[in-house]
Design a protein around this ligand. Structure first.
Ligand SMILES: Nc1nc2c(c(=O)[nH]1)N[C@H]1C(S)=C(S)[C@@H](COP(=O)(O)OP(=O)(O)OC[C@H]3O[C@@H](n4cnc5c(=O)[nH]c(N)nc54)[C@H](O)[C@@H]3O)O[C@H]1N2
Ligand SMILES: Nc1nc2c(c(=O)[nH]1)N[C@H]1C(S)=C(S)[C@@H](COP(=O)(O)OP(=O)(O)OC[C@H]3O[C@@H](n4cnc5c(=O)[nH]c(N)nc54)[C@H](O)[C@@H]3O)O[C@H]1N2
Ligand code: SF4
Ligand SMILES: [Mo]
Length: 736
């Protein structure tokens, strides 16, 4: 018996009437997927698909990428510059000339009255590299404030600091291809399947071809933990104690690579002395992982022919964030696992261009990983830009997390926020609100006019977003990829590149420094600055076109590599750093650094009996200015919620999907309860995407080296609330 095909209910894929596909790069996470945006006949973006030629994603995208074309026309986009005398007063629409004139004169008024550093700038990891370079020129070369930093202090600062301490320079040494070669993977505080789905897919593909042990260290049973061979549910904030114990076992059992240690590192004696206090029995009492498991993991890792460690925010966002990164690096150095296929210490980056800001924005120094503290670097950049080198400060100013307290104390009077939303993303937001209210002048430059911080602003600059612009992003594996302009900026919004270049004209040094008219012009300057010596961050062989052709090139890619690439027709760049065991320190040796563990976290007690952990979910990105407005993303979690263990909930009489109040020593928030075994009886987990939620409660003690907040460790209690009241409160919140 035959059925006519017609009689079945076929799956219909809606014809989006795509007229043309345009190449670009995803603007959410740091995986760096190559994307094609489909435009219809009218030039409207109607679809997105993965690019099959790209080595990173090989045609795949995660849910955020698949719906990314919808963000151009999402609700709340800004399309006119806005000004007002005081926050909370009605906005006046104005034009760009008036706005930038006023901004330039306000900045100079504040600086003349209170000193050059009394105006601060906080930027982001989400604009293009050429934009970062131009902002650096403007901030360091024209405005001249030393209090200039990025939201990467909330994100990658510990990784940067840890890489510098161990290897003498920032820059992730490994790549995704290492999954294909490794014999053991330890993932520290990273939930790859949700936060970097395509990197996870690369790992999964490698595992399908060849099995190797995957060990996930995370206090929560994440999707990654469920998939792992071993899950170590560590006591929050104690990773450094576990790392020391793993080193203890490796050294005690003679599993280290003595040859590598002798040739390429220094400091082993101090590490040996330090880890003596962390035998597995003693360490298990601190980190909550039993002694046998510690020994097993140490042996699996050290005996593997090639082993790798990856990590994300579970390590960086801690009072021992920088030490945790040094610990992962040291484990790699002790076992000779750096710069070889499958042997690496790879920080999984956060935002799409968190690497670009580290490389070129001058936030923590000068462009191209140069230092304000180094007189030669200051001289070189001053000459290149054509300004007096005395204009530069001689050491780095405040980090983002120090800028806000300095507003509180009146040291800083004016602030410019570029593509970051601290009213939702900083710890203890009640304090941030009071801080912003103290400012004489607050400028918010954002793609969306309804971002929470604009409430406190005197000026709003509407920025073009993602593929309304053109320029580069660098991904987790040092791959420079190109964002091509796909559609025009919305309304009268302007690219961040244009805004920086035009504002520069309002400053005396802006007459001296040349600001190229196009992103490609800025890229050419960066190329020149990247050339020469044994600099690893060398992009001198790249061009925008060549980057597109290759779907991304990994630095270093030098001018002399260029011919090779063209001749071979296969431009690849460098997969790994430190392949020769030579590091960016004075003597070329990597540093092994002792890491005594001091427990300084706020821990649960009788009054606040739960650990509060926070992080992300796959369907949302950060403070939801984008994903909160895309129906196919927001529908999965439109409401602020909290994961809670069913046994703990039963003890308190809390029901699934009811509202509760969570309270800490800082503040409180109302969330809906989702019962799940993902969290233990004494822990709750709250996605940080929602405004007026977890960061009203968080503490955010700072790491002493990186100044990064410990978002993931503090103590809370849970109380019942009136369900009707909480329901109404919830409707009033931003749930588009
Ligand atoms: N879908 C989505 N993807 C994203 C983002 C997003 O907002 N949404 N943001 C991007 C950005 S900027 C970043 S920085 C990355 C973040 O990527 P991830 O770091 O993977 O994400 P998080 O959920 O913040 O935290 C990871 C894990 O750290 C664990 N953790 C908490 N405390 C500890 C601890 O003491 N030790 C250890 N070992 N683990 C701990 C948490 O339980 C959590 O599962 O994701 C990027 N990708
Ligand atoms: N409790 C808790 N808090 C956390 C974290 C956590 O795990 N837990 N994670 C921290 C981490 S890792 C990060 S990275 C931060 C992120 O914190 P934020 O940077 O404050 O969050 P975003 O929502 O990404 O803010 C970026 C802003 O830039 C705007 N934007 C996007 N593209 C452009 C553009 O091209 N130009 C301009 N001008 N604007 C643009 C967006 O609309 C958005 O308002 O949050 C931190 N906060
Ligand atoms: S994995 Fe990251 S880069 Fe790739 S599509 Fe998803 S959000 Fe974009
Ligand atoms: Mo981040």
């Amino acid at each position: 018996m035959f059925f006519k095909r017609k009689e079945k209910n076929p799956i219909r894929i809606v014809d989006k009437k795509v007229h043309e596909w345009k190449y670009t790069t995803c603007g959410y996470c740091s995986t760096g997927c190559s994307i094609e945006v489909g435009l219809n006949e009218e030039g409207k973006a109607v679809a997105t698909r993965g690019n099959a030629n790209a080595d990173v994603n090989r045609g795949k995208l995660c849910i955020k990428g698949i719906f990314e074309h919808e963000l151009f026309d999402a609700a709340g986009r800004g399309d006119k510059p806005l000004m007002r005398d005081k926050p909370y007063e009605p906005w006046k629409k104005t034009d760009w000339d008036t706005t930038l004139d006023h901004m330039g004169s306000e900045i100079q008024r504040i600086q003349e009255t209170y000193g050059r550093d009394s105006f601060a700038i906080v930027s982001t990891g989400q604009i293009l590299t050429e934009e970062f370079y131009s902002l650096g020129k403007l901030a360091r070369g024209c405005i001249g404030t030393n209090n200039y930093d990025g939201n990467t202090t909330l994100c990658m600062a510990s990784a940067v600091s840890g890489y510098k301490r161990s290897f003498g320079s920032d820059g992730p040494p490994g790549c995704y291809e290492d999954f294909e070669h490794t014999e053991c993977l330890i993932a520290w505080g990273s939930n790859l399947p949700e936060q970097h789905p395509i990197i996870y897919w690369r790992l999964k593909e490698a595992l399908e071809k060849r099995k190797f042990p995957v060990i996930v260290i995370d206090p929560r049973v994440t999707m990654f933990a469920q998939f792992a061979d071993m899950h170590l549910a560590i006591t929050p904030g104690t990773d450094v104690a576990l790392m020391n114990s793993l080193m203890y076992v490796i050294l005690d059992e003679g599993l280290e690579d003595r040859d590598y240690i002798d040739k390429h590192t220094k400091g082993i004696e101090a590490v040996e002395a330090c880890v003596k206090d962390y035998d597995p029995v003693s360490a298990s009492k601190i980190c909550g992982i039993d002694e046998d498991t510690i020994r097993n993991v140490a042996r699996l890792y050290a005996k593997a022919g090639a082993a790798m460690g990856i990590w994300t925010m579970g390590i960086n966002q801690s009072t021992h964030g920088s030490d945790g990164v040094v610990g992962i690096n040291s484990l790699a150095l002790l076992t000779g696992n750096i710069g070889k296929p499958g042997g690496t210490s790879l920080s999984i980056t956060g935002q799409c261009n968190a690497m670009g800001t580290r490389e070129w924005s001058s936030c923590s120094g000068l462009p191209g990983y140069r230092y304000l503290e180094n007189p030669e670097d200051r001289k070189e950049i001053a000459e290149f830009w054509g300004i007096d080198e005395e204009f530069f400060p001689k050491k780095r100013g405040m980090a983002q997390t120090d800028i806000f307290p300095a507003i509180e104390t009146g040291q800083i009077k004016g602030l410019w926020l570029v593509a970051t939303n601290p009213m939702t993303s900083m710890p203890n937001t009640a304090r941030i609100r009071k801080t912003l209210e103290k400012l004489d002048f607050l400028v918010v430059q954002d793609a969306y006019a309804d971002v929470e911080t604009t409430e406190y602003a005197h000026m709003y600059l509407p920025a073009a977003v993602w593929a309304e612009k053109e320029g580069c992003f660098t991904n987790t594996e040092r791959r420079v990829n190109i964002v091509r302009q796909v559609v025009k900026p919305k309304g009268d919004s302007k690219t961040d590149f244009w805004i920086f270049k035009e504002l520069a004209k309002r400053f005396p040094n802006g007459q001296k420094i040349h600001f190229p008219e196009t992103p490609e012009g800025a890229f050419n300057e960066m190329k020149q600055l990247s050339k020469g010596g044994d600099r690893t961050l060398d992009i001198s062989g790249m061009t925008h076109d060549k980057i597109e052709e290759a779907c991304g090139i990994q630095w270093p890619y030098r001018e002399e590599d260029e011919d090779e690439g063209v001749a071979g027709g296969d431009v690849k760049g460098s997969s790994r750093l430190y392949t020769d065991g030579k590091f960016q320190t004075a003597d070329g040796k990597a540093n092994l650094i002792p890491l005594p563990f001091i427990d300084n976290n706020e821990v649960p007690d009788d009054d606040y009996p739960f650990w509060m952990n926070s992080g992300r979910v796959v369907e949302h990105f950060h403070t939801r200015t984008r994903t909160g407005k895309i129906g196919n993303m927001n529908k999965y979690s439109p409401t602020p919620y909290m994961e809670m263990n069913p046994d703990a909930a039963a003890d308190l009489g809390v029901k699934h999907q009811s509202y509760v109040r969570i309270a800490s020593r800082r503040g409180d928030a109302v969330v809906m309860v989702q019962l799940t075994q993902r969290v233990s009886r004494n822990m709750v987990f709250i996605p940080f995407h929602f405004h007026d939620c977890v960061n009203r409660v968080s503490l955010g003690l700072l790491d002493p080296h990186s100044r990064q907040p410990a978002f993931k460790q503090c103590a809370v209690r849970i109380e019942p609330v009136d369900q009707d009241w909480a329901g109404k409160l919830n409707v009033e919140r931003r749930t588009y």
